[in-house]
Design a protein around this ligand. Structure first.
Ligand code: 13P
Ligand code: SF4
Length: 300
């Protein structure tokens, strides 16, 4: 263990903190965490921890979700500028305007959204539960899906529905092309290709599986395949390789890097636990309304 990892361990015990990390975080950050998971697993974990302090190693909306679910706890983020560009592609005001254009419609947001947007929604989804949650919605109501056009389009296709899609997207997943997937398949014949639902439709169409990051970890564990091609942010390769030492994982495109996820470092984790700052706070009125949408999702 590095000196900084040791310092983090000591500070963590002093602060009574738990460390949660997303699957895209740097390898050393994942290794210093108590729990690594996808957005859904992290949201659930945040409701189950006893610790008074949560050090959340991920992008801002994820830490914000943990803060909304734990009003009595201190939620810390090692770098408060670690945002998600997709989450910032729609504001609360823009969603209110969209709702005004579609009176009576159900508003659904991907968890990759700001607290203000969640507060305007009836229910929230993650890539791990979107199909189940969307299938549970009452039939016959118009549905607004924000901000990810690709996840929304994917689920609409799976369920044979039509949603009003906000044109948001993830810049990291938008890099991936169908031609790159075809080239990776040619390089590794027989290896299944897993892609994230944030990828564009033509990419999803040539992949073998379309899964959340947690879904990819579960697939890798249970699959007979010895080689797997991974079409999502490259941080997940660390966990896949650690959990499946007998299997080989190839990034479909090594340039799929989310710069915001990489902002979290061991040094910043240590400093954040030492200073108990930066803290993630959400104003009471927004948190109460956003929590309704998250709780509705967790109840499905
Ligand atoms: P997961 O819910 O699959 O972890 O995805 C989160 C995310 O930001 C993907 O880009
Ligand atoms: Fe946001 Fe994309 Fe980064 Fe996920 S990978 S946090 S969607 S920018």
């Amino acid at each position: 263990m590095t000196d900084i990892a040791e310092e983090i361990k000591v500070l963590k015990a002093q602060r009574g903190a738990i460390i949660l990390a997303h699957n895209y975080e740097r390898p050393e950050v994942q290794d210093a965490a108590d729990f690594t998971g996808d957005s859904l697993e992290l949201a659930r974990k945040a409701t189950q921890v006893d610790a008074d302090v949560i050090l959340f190693c991920g992008v801002y909306f994820m830490a914000e979700t943990a803060a909304i679910l734990n009003p009595g706890k201190t939620v810390l983020i090692p770098d408060e500028t670690a945002g998600c560009p997709m989450a910032d592609m729609i504001t609360g005001g823009q969603l209110r305007a969209l709702k005004a254009e579609h009176p009576g419609a159900l508003a659904v947001c991907y968890v990759n959204s700001t607290a203000e947007v969640k507060a305007e929604c009836d229910i929230c989804v993650t890539s791990g539960n979107a199909e189940r949650v969307m299938a549970s919605l009452p039939k016959g109501r118009e549905v607004l899906f924000v901000p990810d056009q690709h996840l929304g389009g994917y689920i609409a296709g799976r369920l044979g529905e039509t949603y009003v899609l906000w044109p948001g997207y993830c810049p990291t997943h938008a890099r991936l092309t169908a031609a790159r997937v075809a080239a990776a398949k040619a390089e590794h014949p027989g290896a299944p290709v897993l892609v994230h639902p944030e990828c564009a439709r033509d990419v999803r169409d040539v992949a073998d599986q379309c899964l959340s990051t947690g879904g990819m970890c579960a697939y890798a564990r249970s699959s007979q395949a010895k080689e797997i091609i991974v079409g999502t942010e490259v941080g997940i390769l660390h966990r896949l390789r650690r959990e499946n030492p007998g299997k080989t994982f190839h990034p479909v495109d090594p340039a799929m890097v989310c710069p915001n996820m990489k902002k979290v470092t061991l040094e910043k984790m240590r400093d954040t636990l030492r200073d108990m700052s930066p803290r993630v706070t959400v104003s009471e009125d927004v948190a109460v309304r956003a929590r309704r949408a998250i709780d509705a999702m967790l109840a499905v």
